[in-house]
Design a protein around this ligand. Structure first.
Ligand code: PMP
Length: 396
């Protein structure tokens, strides 16, 4: 029966990560995978997480099933986090939120749900985007296209082309948008540009699907949710997938949420029931550990403040690394001005290196980046930034 099964291609990014681990070279730098590392090159265990885990262990609660839509204190905490505590959407209860297996799980449940609602499901993603956006929506039965976003020539967003494309889409096309810290480019829309995107989505009857996997890594938890809050103010229905993998450094706990903003509380109740059916037929109910940690933090003012501080520390370290890399390249006498890296947001940068240069970085210097030229600046530290700059200068 399995004679017909062909070898599926490796995930390009996770494959690089595996290759990095087995690379015997002493001097090597992994800028491929999207994981925040500390100055010591380690994935951090946040203080708020450590404290909360201790309390949970002391409480010694049994491992029962969670409700299908997750822990209620978690889902209500998520709503306050993404919309703001005083949001009209929260007060009127017109949003349905379900706990999910990371941001990926939120996208998948959202896509599966939409596929049951739309007759000929179509979606568009930014060019370029996180590749799993395409895979997830295609696997849910969508035809997936793209809208112009990053302009390779200028290193900026081709906003007129993006708007023009959105204006030409059919009603009910799902538009997948990176709410902040665009992956892979690090180039984000301004709040003024977001206002125009909201307007086009409303006028054309498009279905915005905002993916926020890096809330807190751009300018702050509230600032990074600016796009979501503009859509909330517009009154149109939309989706939000959010992830706590990076912001709580809880990668392996698979914790995130899907929120569907509806017209009314009554509509949100119906949507919530349908989301639960999608989950039930997929993995029945979500895992508990990550949700217990996140809900404890989101619902405790002291822990919440501490988390804000933790995020500030991570955000500022990334900014410093952007600065140090640009400076080091200048010092190396690189022919290209890399100061643009300092204007980008979040964990990633499009380095503008070609696939051939990326290959040389790996082969000759043990510096691993994604073929597209994407580098994870959150993996740089004071010990590896000079070596990285030297290697980049050599391949340019
Ligand atoms: N969306 C984007 C844009 C991402 O970059 C990621 C993580 N790489 C995700 C969603 C998924 O996050 P998670 O690991 O929580 O599934």
């Amino acid at each position: 029966v399995f004679d017909v099964v062909e070898m599926a291609p490796d995930d390009p990014i996770l494959g690089l990560n595996e290759a990095f681990k087995t690379d015997p070279r002493k001097e090597k730098v992994n800028l491929s995978i999207g994981v925040y590392c500390t100055e010591e090159g380690k994935v951090p265990l946040l203080k708020v997480v450590e404290q909360t885990e201790k309390k949970l262990a002391e409480a010694g609660a049994p491992h029962t099933y969670l409700p299908i839509s997750g822990i209620p204190a978690f889902t209500s905490g998520v709503q306050k986090l993404i919309f703001g505590p005083d949001s009209e959407v929260v007060k009127t209860k017109r949003a349905a939120t379900v706990q999910s297996l990371g941001g990926t799980g939120a996208l998948k449940v959202g896509a599966d749900f939409l596929a049951t609602v739309l007759k000929n499901p179509e979606a568009v993603v930014s060019a370029p985007t996180w590749q799993n956006h395409v895979a997830i929506f295609e696997s849910a039965g969508f035809k997936v296209g793209s809208y112009p976003y990053y302009d390779k020539k200028t290193g900026e967003i081709d906003f007129p082309a993006m708007l023009e494309c959105l204006k030409g889409l059919k009603k009910d096309t799902v538009v997948i948008l990176h709410a902040c810290c665009h992956n892979p480019t690090g180039v984000d829309l301004t709040q003024e540009q977001w206002a125009q995107v909201v307007e086009v989505c409303r006028d054309k009857g498009l279905i915005p699907f905002l993916d926020i996997a890096y809330q807190g890594f751009g300018a702050g938890l509230n600032e990074d949710a600016g796009s979501i809050r503009q859509f909330a103010d517009s009154g149109i229905p939309f989706f939000v997938s959010n992830s706590f993998s990076k912001s709580f450094s809880l990668y392996g706990e698979r914790i995130g949420a899907l929120t569907v903003v509806c017209k009314s509380e009554e509509e949100a109740k119906r949507v919530n029931s349908k989301l639960k059916s999608v989950i039930r037929a997929n993995y029945s109910n979500p895992p508990a550990h990550g949700a217990k940690i996140v809900s404890a933090v989101l619902n405790d003012p002291v822990l919440l403040q501490q988390w804000h501080e933790d995020l500030k520390g991570m955000r500022e370290r990334i900014k410093e690394m952007r600065h140090l890399l640009a400076e080091a390249l200048k010092k190396e006498g690189a022919k290209v001005d890399f100061s643009f890296i300092e204007d980008q947001h979040g964990m990633f940068s499009f380095s503008r290196l070609t696939p051939e240069q990326v290959q040389r970085l790996k082969d000759e210097f043990g510096v691993y980046a994604v073929k597209s030229g994407r580098i994870c600046v959150a993996s740089l530290n004071k010990a590896n930034v000079a070596y990285t700059a030297k290697a980049i200068k050599e391949v340019l």
